[in-house]
Ligand binder design. Sequence first.
Ligand code: LMR
Length: 355
Amino acid sequence: MNTAPPDTRNALRPSLPATTRRYLVQWIAAAALCCAVAGSVSATAPSPIIIQFSHVVKPDTAKGKAALRFKQLAESRTGGKVRVEVYPDSQLYKDREELDALRLGAVQMLATSLSKLAGLGGDDFLAFDLPFLFPDRAAYRAAVDGPLGVSLLKKLEPRGIKGLAFWDNGFKVFTANRPLQGVADFKGLKIRVQASKVLVAQMRALGSQESVSPLIDVRADLTSGKLDGQENTPTNIYTQGLHDVQSHLTVSNHGYLAYAVIVNKAFWEKLPAELRAILEGALRDATTFENSIAEADHHKALDRLKASGKLTLHTLTPHEAAQWRNAMAPVYQEARNWISAETLAALPVLPGAPP
Ligand code: LMR
């Protein structure tokens, strides 16, 4: 029995028009899920079960490296019964499309940012975008490793998605072609953010106009002047080459970027139990690896950005940080419209954080 899903790679490259890609995703999805499931129930079949793992960042990031670690562990521990095909850098799908593709079964696994998960109806994930929420990595870790993390992942299940793990990236910074120090510096700028209502509200609170666009388009949009600036982590900024097209970077640590590793629930649950257990073990080890390298990668990228000589770096002073927090405080009030009281109550209460 042929257990390989249809090859969607050429048909669905980002160069095709968005509508064509969307139709193709839907058309291919049914066949893909069918093949994947057929493969899963015939453990003795010679063809391996294929897991297509799509993500939108470069291979040389903590997420990119951990996806490859998962592939290596999964393939060796299942003795080749499972093949993991990793597609980095939006090779298969851009940000929003990859979520549709997962739900439809055209890919089986993603590691997507928590911000983007809100688009699947998991609005409580927006909590992680609240400005200045986490004072340090330990506070972020405590939030995802406790009952809150478990309950958030559970909220994806009615959408046909199973959440398996949290992967780290780190604190975000801003870049632009002008210094961003006082809040007034944001006025009139068009800043790229991920698709998140909280991030949109954050930019409006700072007096900027938000632009929600896929990561793969950001460099070109900064180059053409369609965008004035953007927020991301040093690793994404460095590996996407955004420092080549921006002149100023503010180390603001105003928000946190992290991921959930998610799978198509129907695919995952139909896997033979013994293979699923091996894959869960491989993912546990890849997760430990990812979370152990993210912080060092963050600092390395910041050092490389400094050493590039292309950007002027500024670290927010305590006075500037206080001004930013005040400007962003209304976002907390607005977020109550989207994030449940239960989730808000489970977040860390920070001295000096916006109410
Ligand atoms: C972004 O779109 O900026 C990030 O979600 C990319 C990523 O996956 O780190």
